[in-house]
Design a protein. Structure first.
Length: 579
């Protein structure tokens, strides 16, 4: 798609009053950097919702229409892939969905210019009609038409190959039974490694990676049990069963993952960590691999870091207006400590990276120590923890202080030594960011004191604590107004019956879940002078909470309810994530 066509789309949205000129310019600037479609950027930055964008695109050209009804990809004619070859589909981001005599109907998530339409006509020999749909729909049809190994075919291969892998465990399971001789162990492991390179196992692992990335999964769980190996994806924070395979294939599958991530396939007694870098359909992803010995073999979890889907922008994270103003004012302070708290997978890293991206300027020296570095940033000095050689958070922090830093990010405060050095850095003219595992913002103060940090040091260094959770967004394509469950209203202490609430009915766009994507809810506690005096005097968590609320702090539950009132999430999600 050329810039001229995209600019016309932007001008259409501008003319309709759906975006401002500043928003359009900002999106065009981002487009030049990332190469993404303008419409996707406008949606990612929160300037317009996906449904409105697609309806405007449908008005852009009289020959275009918008697919609103649900579509079953399995009903598609496989011969369509012969009419529109895969290289044409990939080149223009289109998929064929129907043939009508001498016309082929193709679906696209963007508007095709005249040159592209002419090329497709010439290459296919058919007249071309274009319909506008979602990117998810295009990806689903693409996988169905062009995937070389659909799930059913892969599972069939696995089933048919099961007889060939009996030699893995002719007597008992090698993962949980000691092998009597080194020679026997070597033979068995050689068999497993050989199987790891065989077509069925290679295709299964490749399929899992491709399927997970196309579905927007954040994690792949491969879990061995006594009678099966269960494979699950975490999508929008929730785990979903995908497939189960025979335990006969367990060791070969795990060995294949270990080979890809350069781990030791012989060692199965201790946890291991590795990484895989993949590019699938023009998407580049880093995958962090973690293995853990369990009763029935090694469990593998692969954390997917999809660089193309992450947007580090404070405007789209989920801050309320007052919270965003407070956060931006605090990150511009010349010194002090800002802590982001919450459980694993609550979006802390995204919030921190968004703050650093805003602060990343040529005149500022930013240094980070992380375990591991998840995303690389030009202009920021990032260090990976390596405890095997003595490079810990604490040792890296000591070295940082000799590197003339202005801003320091510590991936996580885990112990008293790291906390003590970070706090002293904040007291000596540095702005320090870090994370801590606490349930809410007020608990952070007592947690630091429990770690052995003196109360006067906490009160002097800490300037802001942000607790956060991720809640699932309601799917915009099947959103409907509902009457909430009285039990949920009671659990959240909601008594106003005049407020409208919503849910997702479930459609093909959201895989029948009613949710699509996630948004953060925040609890921000500014450390005031009154609070500093109370901390030094040994104030309890409850006393600190009361002072913060009196100072205007919106709790996690209140922030979640506000998102539900705006129609962004459901009350059930708020209850799940915050109560």
């Amino acid at each position: 798609m050329n810039l001229k066509i995209k600019l016309k789309i932007g001008e259409l949205l501008l003319k309709k009053g759906l975006i401002t000129e500043d928003q359009l310019n900002k999106a065009l600037e981002e487009q030049q950097k990332s190469g993404k479609r303008l419409g996707d950027i406008l949606v990612e930055q929160g300037f317009i919702d996906r449904e409105t964008l697609e309806r405007m695109l449908s008005e852009y050209k009289a020959t275009l229409s918008f697919i609103e009804e649900e579509w079953d990809p399995s009903s598609l004619d496989k011969d369509l892939a012969k009419i529109v070859p895969e290289r044409i589909a990939t080149m223009f981001g289109i998929v064929p969905i129907k043939r009508e005599n001498s016309t082929v109907i193709v679906a696209s998530a963007d508007v095709l210019d005249i040159t592209a339409l002419d090329y497709v006509r010439f290459a296919t020999g058919y007249n071309v009609k274009v319909v506008i749909t979602t990117q998810e729909f295009v990806d689903t049809v693409y996988d169905h038409l062009y995937s070389s190994a659909p799930k059913e075919e892969i599972l069939k291969d696995i089933t048919e190959s099961s007889d060939d892998v009996e030699t893995i465990s002719e007597t008992e399971d090698l993962s949980i039974v000691d092998v009597e001789s080194e020679e026997a162990d070597a033979v068995a492991l050689g068999t497993i490694e050989e199987l790891a390179y065989q077509a069925p196992v290679v295709r299964l692992v490749n399929f899992l990676l491709t399927d997970a990335i196309s579905k927007g999964a954040s994690d792949i769980h491969i879990e061995p049990y006594e009678k099966r190996v269960r494979i699950r994806f975490r999508i929008d924070g929730v785990l979903y069963d995908q497939i189960s395979v025979s335990t006969k294939m367990r060791d070969a599958i795990i060995a294949r993952v270990k080979i890809l991530s350069k781990l030791n396939i012989v060692e199965r007694r201790i946890p291991q960590d590795g990484r895989i870098k993949v590019r699938i359909k023009n998407k580049e992803a880093d995958i962090r691999v973690s293995t853990l010995p369990t009763v029935f073999g090694e469990k593998v979890v692969m954390r997917i870091l999809d660089k193309s889907s992450i947007v580090f922008d404070l405007d789209v994270l989920g801050f309320e207006d007052d919270q965003k103003r407070l956060f931006e004012s605090m990150i511009l302070k010349p010194y002090g400590m800002i802590l982001i708290t919450g459980p694993t997978g609550s979006g802390k890293t995204t919030t921190l990276y968004s703050a650093l991206k805003k602060l990343n300027k040529p005149e500022v020296n930013i240094m980070t120590v992380e375990d591991p570095v998840e995303y690389n940033f030009e202009g920021i000095n990032q260090v990976n923890v390596n405890e095997t050689v003595g490079l810990t958070f604490a040792s890296a922090l000591r070295a940082f202080l000799r590197q003339d830093p202005d801003i320091i990010l510590v991936g996580e405060i885990r112990d008293h030594e790291t906390a003590d050095i970070a706090i002293k850095a904040a007291l000596t003219g540095h702005l320090v960011f870090s994370t801590l595992h606490t349930n809410n913002a007020p608990a952070t103060v007592t947690r630091l004191i429990d770690m052995g940090v003196e109360p006067f040091l906490v009160s002097s260094s800490l300037i802001l604590v942000v607790a956060q959770r991720l809640v699932r967004r309601i799917c915009p394509q099947c959103k409907e107004e509902i009457q909430p469950d009285p039990a949920v209203l009671e659990a959240l202490d909601i008594s106003d019956n005049n407020v409208k609430f919503y849910r997702g009915k479930g459609c093909s766009n959201c895989r029948k879940t009613g949710y699509k994507g996630r948004i953060a809810v925040y609890e921000m506690m500014e450390i005031t002078n009154e609070m500093r005096k109370a901390i030094v005097k040994g104030a309890s968590e409850d006393e600190i909470r009361e002072m913060a609320i009196a100072n205007g702090m919106v709790t996690l539950k209140e922030a979640g309810i506000l998102k539900a009132k705006k129609g962004l999430t459901t009350l059930e999600e708020v209850l799940r994530a915050t109560a």
